[in-house]
Design a protein around this ligand. Structure first.
Ligand SMILES: Nc1nc2c(ncn2[C@@H]2O[C@H](COP(=O)(O)OP(=O)(O)OP(=O)(O)O)[C@@H](O)[C@H]2O)c(=O)[nH]1
Ligand SMILES: [Mg+2]
Ligand SMILES: [Zn+2]
Length: 301
């Protein structure tokens, strides 16, 4: 039987049977989920699991189907990739201009952490103002929408972008992902006060959750304070920087980090590549270089 994972809390999963159209509480059977890649969490919301029911409402998961897309981050403490959401058609990276303030370098890392699907950028809290830094992303080809979950501004436009797709909402804690999802879906998820959260250093949403209603499916995810791009895909990094794809450098396969004959410095001078974006690109490459490859690490971690 095939299940779609709709909620994951401490290795207990809410799994929707695609054959029966109903929910089971599911667990993973032993260590059957051996994958080539060591990962912090073997099952993520959005995953398609294979398993069997063993009671009227309980099931055992024995395998996970290969993901066609994911939003993953590097878990610094565990030195492993961590999948936040899987199999989405698009990642909606939610930002705000004031509280919390817009951080373009964070946005760049978030874009590079999404793979296999379209990325859209949602600037929420438009009632507090719109950071003009977001315009650059529209010029780069990312669909950008400015909304306010509070006033309802822009929600119809956003809905149109979500219709018929599975969208993972990701981003910093406090930008209003859950509030937006409540406004869009009529759901009633817990949302938090920004100041309260920062004082206590905690997040409001503590596990990912799949919600479907009226042709729109969203995955709400816990916010993060920091994001490091996942190990180790340089191709993914390049995909996140479409402005570099037109670079014609002396050496084919140039990584654009200081090689002789690299054309990117010239592109920056001519205003074709934004300097901050290039800084993000370099920082991401550096962070990948610093990581120890899997075969040099113990599997115990
Ligand atoms: N002014 C304003 N405040 C908003 C808007 N959307 C959300 N908020 C507020 O922002 C705060 C954080 O909202 P949440 O929805 O909990 O944020 P989140 O992104 O889900 O946070 P995590 O679950 O921790 O990742 C709450 O106090 C919301 O009321 C908006 O459009 N305008
Ligand atoms: Mg939330
Ligand atoms: Zn180059």
């Amino acid at each position: 039987m095939h299940f779609q994972i709709r909620r994951a809390i401490n290795n207990i999963y809410q799994a929707y049977s695609l054959e029966e159209g109903r929910l089971y509480t599911a667990r993973i059977k032993g260590k059957v989920l051996q994958k080539d890649e060591v990962e912090y969490n073997p099952v993520a919301v959005g995953d398609i699991a294979i398993g069997e029911p063993y009671s009227a409402d309980e099931a055992l998961i024995t395998a996970i189907e290969e993901r066609h897309s994911a939003f993953r981050r590097w878990n610094v403490k565990k030195e492993m990739n961590q999948t936040i959401a899987a199999n989405q058609d698009q990642s909606a990276i939610v930002v705000s201009s004031q509280s919390p303030p817009f951080r373009p370098r964070f946005l760049d890392r978030a874009i590079a952490s999404s793979s296999g699907c379209r990325v859209i950028i949602v600037m929420n809290k438009a009632d507090q103002g719109i950071d003009s830094g977001i315009e650059l992303y529209g010029r780069l080809g990312f669909p950008v929408v400015c909304v306010s979950a509070r006033t309802g501004e822009g929600l119809e436009e956003l809905k149109a972008m979500l219709k018929g797709r599975v969208t993972a909402f990701v981003g910093q804690s406090g930008v209003g992902k859950s509030t937006l999802i409540n406004a869009l879906m009529g759901s009633e998820q817990r949302t938090g006060e920004v100041s309260w959260k920062y004082n206590r250093g905690r997040h409001t949403t503590n596990h990912a959750l799949y919600i479907e209603n009226d042709g729109i499916a969203v995955i709400d995810t816990p916010g993060v304070r920091e994001i490091e791009v996942p190990f180790e895909d340089e191709a993914l990094v390049k995909e996140a920087f479409p402005e570099l794809s037109g670079a014609v450098c002396q050496y084919p396969g140039c990584l654009h980090h200081g090689e002789e004959g690299c054309s990117v410095p010239g592109m920056i001078e001519r205003g074709e590549v934004d300097e901050g974006r290039y800084e993000s690109y370099l920082r991401i490459l550096q962070s990948l270089e610093k990581r120890r490859p899997f075969y040099l690490r113990s599997r115990r971690k």
